[in-house]
Design a protein around this ligand. Structure first.
Ligand SMILES: NC(=O)C1=CN([C@@H]2O[C@H](COP(=O)(O)OP(=O)(O)OC[C@H]3O[C@@H](n4cnc5c(N)ncnc54)[C@H](OP(=O)(O)O)[C@@H]3O)[C@@H](O)[C@H]2O)C=CC1
Ligand SMILES: CC(=O)N[C@@H](CCC(=O)OP(=O)(O)O)C(=O)O
Length: 400
């Protein structure tokens, strides 16, 4: 049996960000946790009894590996020192090799795609569930209860079942599991995520909106009335399935709004903001589809509490996220661009004074497939496993 141990502090290159748990048993692996990890944890860990080998790694299943978020998990896990993919599922593409589905992954030594019904879950310790909402509940319900699960779909995000049924238009089929699920907005709910078995990974729009707003609402720096959110997403947000509305000819050379007043992310955003405010918060939220493959921006118009300035909002967000690796408040009047987070797990944000006295404009950007989905999911599984939260997430944005 192997254990993980932190190397000496000489390997640390700056502040210690991550605290290990004391000891963790996962499947066959016992992780003995002795110290803190630095901001370069991939270099600060080694197996105490020798080199890491395949059997020493945690065995990961990717359900929905033939989709966009599934392939993004595969890309990120390529650089993860302690997770190894041993199971990948698909639906229509079951039976195929990964390179036939995703030619960009031809260099990777990965198992073939199998149907969920044929999957051997005895050979996995944890799964990323990258399936459409609705199908996910029943599949997760049927999984062995010893598995750690990060669900990227919306099926376990809403605590109120009636609200789920209203916005998703179908009965919830795993209500007991819903009670167990922890909402995985990492920087806000880290403590709860660490001890969770099932994490409901947040939606991409809700991630970009809640990261700036929750700290401001918690500290009563903004009014909870009249919050207006204008969000824009790249087309990969709609998944890989073929849809007429997502054809090049329908998307290119223009933008359009959709889901006006009725987008499924409204209740999710309101749930998080209401919890922060300790009272019911409602928002105006309009998403837009942009002619780009990935990226997401939320432009949020807020009214500040009496006497509060935009500098106060900036100072608060700066302090709140000071020790966070993946959430960055930009300096001065620097404008967050989606092109500056492409392929990375960063959320960049900044606050600007509105021309109208007492109002501020907050802009946050993420890559919908990374911080908005698979990157945050990996951050969460790292936490659930008691290993440094940033493992596998070191890739810088791809620019230009
Ligand atoms: N795309 C994004 O930016 C984000 C997505 N999400 C959520 O993550 C989940 C996955 O999204 P995404 O990767 O974009 O979706 P895709 O449509 O790209 O992929 C869906 C995957 O699920 C499989 N699948 C579809 N139907 C079934 C079924 N009935 N049983 C078993 N497997 C099935 C597909 O297999 P096959 O291809 O073989 O048919 C495919 O592997 C969704 O719930 C989505 O809402 C969350 C945040 C952001
Ligand atoms: C561009 C686009 O279509 N985006 C998707 C949202 C992304 C997503 O997958 O959200 P869930 O995880 O909550 O399903 C949409 O608007 O439905």
């Amino acid at each position: 049996m192997s254990s993980l141990a932190a190397l000496s502090s000489s390997h640390f290159n700056g502040g210690c960000l991550w605290k290990y748990q004391d000891e963790l048993k996962v499947g066959k692996l016992r992780i003995s946790v002795t110290s803190m990890a630095s901001s370069s944890p991939t270099q600060s860990l080694e197996f105490r009894d020798g080199k890491a080998n395949k059997l020493d790694k945690l065995r990961i299943g990717v359900l929905g590996a033939s989709g966009y978020t599934g392939s993004e998990i595969i890309r990120l896990l390529r650089n993860h020192p302690h997770f190894q993919i041993t199971l990948m599922t698909a639906d229509r593409k079951a039976g195929q090799s990964i390179e036939s589905v995703f030619p960009h992954l031809v260099t990777q030594d990965l198992p073939n795609l199998v149907a969920v019904k044929d999957a051997d879950f005895s050979a996995v310790d944890a799964v990323f569930c990258c399936l459409p909402h609705g199908t996910t509940q029943e599949i997760i319900k049927s999984l062995p209860t010893n598995l750690k699960i990060v669900d990227l779909s919306a099926d376990f995000r809403l605590q109120n079942i009636a609200e789920y049924e209203e916005w998703y238009g179908q009965p919830h089929k795993a209500t007991a599991l819903q009670k167990e699920a922890v909402y995985g907005l990492t920087e806000i709910s880290r403590k709860e995520i660490q001890s969770a078995r099932l994490v409901a990974n947040p939606g991409c729009y809700p991630t970009s909106v809640q990261l700036p707003l929750i700290p401001l609402i918690k500290s009563n720096l903004i009014e909870v009335r009249n919050i207006i959110i204008d969000s824009k997403s790249g087309v990969s947000g709609a998944g890989r399935g073929a849809k007429e509305a997502n054809l090049y000819t329908e998307i290119a050379e223009g933008i359009h709004s959709y889901g006006i007043t009725r987008h499924r992310h409204v209740p999710e955003i309101e749930q998080g903001l209401s919890e922060a405010a300790n009272s019911k918060v409602t928002v105006s939220f309009t998403p837009h589809l942009m002619p780009m493959s990935r990226g997401m921006q939320s432009t949020i118009y807020v009214e500040m509490a009496p006497g509060v300035t935009t500098q106060d909002l900036k100072d608060h967000l700066g302090n709140y996220y000071e020790h966070e690796e993946f959430v960055v408040l930009l300096n001065n009047k620097e404008v967050p661009h989606t092109r500056h987070v492409r392929g990375s797990n960063y959320c960049l944000m900044n606050v600007f004074p509105d021309r109208i006295h007492g109002r501020a404009i907050i802009i946050s950007v993420i890559d919908n497939l990374v911080k908005g989905a698979s990157g945050q999911a990996l951050q969460n599984l790292n936490l659930m496993m008691g290993i440094p939260e940033n493992l596998g997430l070191g890739c810088l944005p791809l620019f230009p």
